[in-house]
Ligand binder design. Structure first.
Ligand code: 13P
Ligand code: ZN
Length: 270
């Protein structure tokens, strides 16, 4: 068996959460990431028959039974993950009953997966239906996107359009727009259900006064999605106090979509 700490998926997870921390998206234990792993790949590093312990999931995730995920631990600080992955991360398999997670590796200090696991797993279920290649769900607290939820309408068309207009890349990277939820209590099945419903239509979902969820085929793509939305939000917040003399128009948005061959949400450009 090879050392799982040297596996590409673990190394990439460590690097990703370090970068999230470095960018200020994840204060203290803020944020959580889940990565769907290939079971044949995992078998190179771990004996799939060796279950360290079982942990209740808190809802029925039977649709994901047998699937293996690398998940950040609850209460763990992203700044510490790279130096100590075994305490801060875990590799879990969803048991056949759907309501139990089988711990294959990690959470070595007796910890458990993120409190947001319902939102993660429900979002995985939703996104896999739209894109069978989806592997990642990522949650964090970027300052500018969060700030926008205090001063901007939470209408998702208007919220998205404000970001699209901040820089060319926003239309290119998230032409499918951003879903927005009003403030809700985090860590509950209810916010998981609401997030997953939005994930039927969006790869990005903002939680007002809390943070953002992103989904994608790999860690880089999902990170880049959030990074681009946050860059747009930073420009929005920085320009807010000043009179706007010029901006990206609806005509410009159409030109961008055509040039980059992307399809924007129908009716969201006038
Ligand atoms: P966890 O520490 O349980 O992952 O929670 C962090 C968070 O961001 C809650 O929304
Ligand atoms: Zn959070």
């Amino acid at each position: 068996m090879k050392d799982v700490k040297k596996s590409p998926f673990l190394r990439e997870m460590c690097k990703t959460v370090s970068n999230m921390y470095r960018l200020g998206w994840d204060e203290r234990n803020g944020g959580n990431v889940s990565l769907l792993l290939d079971e044949n790949e995992v078998a190179k590093y771990l004996d799939p028959k060796k279950v360290k312990r079982t942990i209740p999931i808190g809802f029925d995730a039977k649709e994901l039974a047998g699937k293996i995920f690398l998940v950040t631990g609850t209460g763990k600080y992203f700044k510490n993950v790279e130096d100590d992955p075994e305490n801060n991360l875990g590799i879990i398999r969803i048991a056949p009953d759907g309501v139990t997670a089988e711990l294959l590796w990690g959470y070595a200090d007796g910890g458990r997966f993120t409190s947001e696991l319902p939102a993660h797993l429900m979002s995985h279920i939703a996104r896999l239906k739209v894109n069978p290649k989806n592997r990642v769900v990522m949650h964090c607290h970027p300052v500018n996107l969060l700030s926008m939820t205090f001063i901007h309408s939470l209408d998702e068309r208007e919220f998205t359009r404000s970001l699209w207009r901040t820089c060319t890349e926003c239309m290119v990277v998230f032409p499918d727009g951003i879903g927005v939820l009003p403030w809700m209590l985090c860590g509950t099945p209810e916010i998981g259900i609401a997030t997953a419903e939005k994930m039927n239509d969006f790869r990005l979902v903002v939680w007002a006064q809390h943070g953002i969820y992103g989904a994608g085929a790999d860690l880089d793509e999902t990170f880049g999605l959030i990074e681009t939305a946050e860059k747009g939000a930073e420009i929005y917040m920085k320009t807010l106090p000043y009179p706007i003399l010029q901006t990206i128009t609806d005509e410009d948005l159409k030109v961008i979509a055509k040039a980059f061959n992307v399809t924007y949400k129908e009716g969201w450009v006038d």
